[in-house]
Design a protein around this ligand. Structure first.
Ligand code: GLC
Length: 650
């Protein structure tokens, strides 16, 4: 008998045994029992296979599977009734908003956006006016004292950072947001915990069970075997991925702990199935608070194996798929968003309905910035034409920047295929966006420069990177106008090329870099705080009147979103890139049923010609319904965006 045969025979039996074992827990809760066991029936075998692949070699494999399903059952029993209704609707219709052109994501830090959770509740009107339908609040959990990587060092997933509010406040906010048509997204920081999480504290005290939650070593033998294969994620912190933590009982009076990011973020050991079950418990706890989307933080790093880069390993996918199956059993309303900022081939591998159906598109983001610097859309066209396809039932988030730095994540082979030296080009882009390059319009900073490899990434807000800061400083209205147009050109691609647009809140007002970050932020050596400013509420009244650069950006964005809302084709990932002759121009066609949209964007400040024969032969109308005359070559102004639809289907 092959192991495949064995699994096929054993999986249904295991599911059956689990049903018998868990049934008494649902006594007196017939509806919950019916739903839970129906879902277990549907997804149990999938879960069995995944857990078998991950931990099948263990003598206690069956027990581990049972433990995981038990976690799901506990959560299903505790799930609040209003959310259970959403579960049912989701199961019936799938994730409908994936194809909804009205969707707009906003993201921000609770304290910087609105003070605290109650404050966010008071800003709902602002969000709905902007059209926000999904709000990602950056990690708001309890953190250690001192630096906490912007909340990504979590001391307790079940406790809100006290200055932001309480879990009850969070639940109340999730509900209020939902009443206003806004879904709440939070992070599941699952690759690591803070060094003072209760699991870490027990490990520190010498409890071997909890030491096995992490990757801890008495000496450098194993770390030294791993290190040569690892990428330095935060090079500026120096050294390697291991941190010496004194005082942990053991022969050496301390241990080396795996810390991919900062020394206070201890990587979890998913080779230990107890960790998976524990994290599933935290995940479902959050799902039961009313969170609809969990951003799965740092997905590529979840599994380690000697001799590899310990990124994007097959088992990292299996861990996510197992969590996905658990969620499908206990909380089907929950959606996973993958945060994988790696090679484009690897980014896509995390995206699938049964893994993470939603993902950031970091390649589109980086390629837009690349095209803005070079005034050449070659790589951007390549990214759109060859690297946007996703499996059916999954979707991209498109964006220009997040709370993180911008990395030049195009594939080396794509650059080379267009005659571009990848390393040289990245170095040019870093010089351009840090403002060092003499021809740069940008104001940004190098993030995590690696003195050995010369690699770096870029910090900065949308407006500062796109030239508004320098233009305002120069007091030059022509440059200001150019910067505003550039920002809107960049945003137009985010809003139309393929996926759901995401905005870092404040960018809609052209918010500039925050140079007070070294004294005003919790991570004084982390210049990502440059682009995490406090929300400029004082600018909202004038901006709402359409005045000043902020007002023009906001008004332009609202127009874009209004156009988007009318065209379902713009929420699809499929895109047909047009082979336009001028490399400054990016043009594409979007189609979905009988909706058809044409977009042409000039990525340079000069006027560029576009020939009539270069466009699909149709009669097009602009958003106001006026025919777009395209019988001869026509000039597109600097940063002009042309959006047109078929005249017969407006
Ligand atoms: C993700 C977060 C980033 C954080 C890292 C470690 O990449 O977006 O802000 O530093 O994970 O948790």
């Amino acid at each position: 008998m092959t192991s495949g045969d064995w699994i096929t025979r054993e999986a249904p039996r295991a599911v059956e045994r689990l049903q018998t074992r868990l049934a008494p827990r649902f006594n007196g809760r017939p509806r919950r029992r019916r739903d839970f066991f129906r879902r277990l029936e549907t997804h149990g075998e999938r879960l069995f296979r995944l857990i078998h692949r991950l931990y099948g070699w263990r003598w206690d494999f069956a027990w581990q599977l049972e433990r995981l399903v038990e976690v799901a059952a506990e959560a299903a029993l505790a799930r609040p009734s209003p959310i259970r209704r959403l579960d049912a609707a989701r199961e019936e219709s799938g994730i409908e908003w994936f194809g909804d052109p009205r969707v707009l994501w906003g993201m921000g830090y609770v304290d910087r956006f609105a003070g605290d959770l109650a404050g966010v509740g008071k800003r709902i009107e602002y969000l709905t006016e902007l059209g926000v339908t999904h709000l990602h609040l950056m990690p708001l959990y309890a953190v250690p004292e001192g630096p906490n990587d912007g909340g990504y060092a979590v001391s307790d997933y079940r406790r809100v950072r006290p200055d932001l509010g309480t879990m009850e406040d969070l639940e109340a906010l999730a509900e209020r947001l939902r009443e206003h048509g806004i879904a709440l997204a939070l992070d599941l920081v699952l690759n690591h915990t803070a060094h003072d999480h209760p699991w870490a504290l027990k490990a520190r005290q010498g409890d071997p069970r909890y030491q096995d939650y992490y990757l801890m070593f008495d000496d450098r033998t194993l770390p030294d075997r791993f290190v040569p294969h690892l990428r330095e994620i935060f090079p500026e912190r120096g050294g390697d991925a291991f941190t010496w933590v004194p005082g942990i009982p053991g022969p050496a009076g301390g241990k080396w702990v795996w810390t991919t990011f900062y020394p206070f973020q201890w990587d979890l050991n998913y080779a230990n199935p107890e960790v998976l079950a524990a994290m599933a418990g935290e995940m479902l706890f959050l799902a039961n608070r009313g969170v609809e989307v969990l951003r799965m933080d740092a997905t590529p790093f979840l599994w380690k194996r000697e001799g590899t880069s310990c990124e994007n390993l097959e088992e990292a996918h299996l861990v996510l798929q197992a969590l996905n199956a658990v969620a499908a059993i206990a909380a089907p309303f929950l959606v996973f968003l993958s945060e994988a900022i790696v090679h484009p081939d690897d980014v896509v591998r995390f995206v699938a309905p049964q893994e993470c159906p939603l993902a950031y598109n970091p390649l589109l983001m980086a390629s837009e910035w690349e095209a803005a610097a070079t005034r050449d859309t070659t790589l951007l066209r390549h990214a759109l034409a060859h690297r946007t396809a996703l499996p059916e039932g999954s979707q991209w988030l498109t964006y220009l920047r997040s709370h993180d730095d911008i990395g030049w994540g195009f594939a080396d082979e794509d650059a080379i295929s267009h005659g571009i030296d990848p390393a040289g080009h990245r170095s040019f882009l870093n010089s351009f966006y840090s403002g060092a390059h003499p021809a740069s319009f940008a104001r940004g900073m190098l993030f995590q420069e690696n003195p050995v490899t010369g690699d770096a990434r870029i910090s900065g807000t949308l407006a500062s990177l796109a030239g508004l800061e320098a233009a305002l400083e120069a007091g030059d209205p022509v440059l200001v106008d150019q910067a505003v147009r550039r920002i809107l050109a960049l945003l137009s691609v985010v809003a139309t090329a393929g996926g759901l647009p995401l905005l870092y809140l404040g960018d809609e007002l052209g918010q500039l870099n925050d140079y007070r970050w070294p004294t005003h932020s919790p991570g004084a050596d982390d210049n990502r705080w440059l682009h995490r400013p406090f929300f400029p509420w004082e600018e909202v009244p004038t901006a709402s009147e359409g005045m000043g650069a902020s007002g023009r950006i906001r008004a332009g964005l609202l127009r874009l979103l209004e156009f988007r809302r009318r065209h379902p084709s713009l929420a699809t990932t499929e895109v047909e890139v047009l082979p336009l002759r001028s490399r400054e121009l990016l043009g594409y066609r979007k189609r979905h049923h009988d909706d058809e949209v044409l977009v042409v964007v000039n990525f340079s400040e000069r006027s560029v010609g576009l020939g009539a024969g270069e466009l699909p032969p149709r009669s097009w109308v602009d958003p106001e319904g006026q025919p777009v005359a395209w019988d001869t070559t026509r000039l597109l102004d600097g940063y002009q965006v042309v959006m047109a639809t078929r005249s017969d289907i407006r």
